[in-house]
Design a binder for this molecule. Structure first.
Ligand SMILES: [Zn+2]
Length: 124
């Protein structure tokens, strides 16, 4: 059972709407406690489909970062993408645009949404 007021199951549309409201929604596996920062049909650790929607922290640390020099269509190259560790017990991590001059281990915060065909979280 999910926290009161959170969509269950979490769809991609609801996850995106959450981003636009400044909220990071994710899922926690009831069986093993693993967390994901984007909707999945089943736990990516144990395969259980018993997963609940959770609200994740909007601050974390840079787990890894890379610069995209040759961008796909609709993007301009030279931007940075990070995996941000949200510091939860279930090890939730979100992939996001990184606009801060941050490196691995630095603290960053969810600050914005980039609208390129769909909403993408931005951390600074
Ligand atoms: Zn699991």
């Amino acid at each position: 059972m999910s926290d009161a007021g959170l969509p269950d199951p979490l769809t991609h549309a609801e996850w995106t709407a959450g981003l636009r409201d400044g909220r990071l929604l994710g899922q926690r596996c009831v069986a093993c406690g693993n967390e994901t920062a984007a909707p999945k049909a089943a736990c990516n650790e144990c395969g259980s489909r018993e997963i609940e929607t959770v609200e994740l922290p909007t601050e974390g640390t840079v787990y890894t970062v890379t610069t995209i020099a040759v961008a796909p269509a609709a993007f301009e190259g030279g931007y940075r993408v990070a995996v941000v560790d949200l510091g939860t017990e279930g090890n939730a991590r979100v992939t996001a645009r990184l606009e801060a001059d941050a490196e691995i281990g630095d603290a960053v915060a969810f600050s914005d949404v980039l609208e390129v065909e769909e909403a993408v979280p931005v951390f600074r």
